[in-house]
Design a protein around this ligand. Sequence first.
Ligand code: NAD
Length: 304
Amino acid sequence: MKIAFIGLGHMGGPMAVNLQKAGHSVAAFDLSKPACDKFAAAGLTIAASAEAAVQGAEVVISMLPASRHVQALYLGAAGAGATGEGGLLAHIAPGTLVIDSSTIAAATSQQVARAAGAAGIDFIDAPVSGGTGGAIAGTLTFMVGASAAQLERARPVLEKMGSNIFHAGTVGAGQTAKICNNMLLGILMIGTSEAIALGVANGLDPKVLSEIMRRSSGGNWALEKYNPWPGVQENAPSSKDYAGGFGTDLMLKDLGLAQENAGAVQASTPLGGLARSLYAMHSMSGHGGLDFSSIVQSLQKRAS
Ligand code: NAD
């Protein structure tokens, strides 16, 4: 299948590589030259522009940072107010399936889907969970917002990048599921960090304490796969100076989306709100580009 892949960051790059390895013909593009160079070296064919990448593509996939990037790509520079003219939608052939895997506002997915639908293009949201490790291994979880028929069309492609594919509901529903999950993730990373920092302040070995909690009632995903304390898990971002992984500013964006959504439906999310404030303070003190598990640095006792 001919696939255009737009956005070759921490997640998109390895996802595109997996599609190519599965035998698809992938034309990839990113606005960042270093990102293009990195994945050209990994064997991807880099197109001269997003418009060139989508020429003849049966499926278009995007993996961009936030709502404004997705609006700018598909709808054009006018973004929120635009209808599709001037954006990439005008260059995509009717009948093409467009899968956006970025984590963005559900309302933005619905807005782009409406503009796409008017041009005869199927646009669905399929945000992911599983981190950079899952992107590289091809074991991501996809949360899809689409009609049943659109999902079945996307499934063979998604299966080459992930191992769990959930149908959350109609377009936008994947995004809603994703922000619920990430609000929980943001909260549990802070809780896990607090607990380890408390133990260490009392002289406990972080590795031993982590293992005790992992196998006890406090066990969770951070303790299993993404321990925030350096040196506890060799492959976690914490053991690589918090490089790579899922940036603090991306987590902050997702917690902002959750709060906006909670405001719109008048839901009570007090811990989600507090978590957003703590990641915002962590970002403002210069840690926005570090993996989000570096929040532990804001909670640990420093030598005086
Ligand atoms: P990233 O910042 O590493 O990559 C995004 C890429 O998009 C960048 O290389 C940027 O240059 C490119 N880009 C932006 N606008 C573009 C445009 N108009 N055309 C072409 N390229 C453009 O981000 P990431 O970590 O890969 O995350 C991507 C999305 O996936 C985000 O929405 C994030 O919230 C979500 N996500 C990330 C993780 C993770 O662990 N990193 C996990 C799950 C979901």
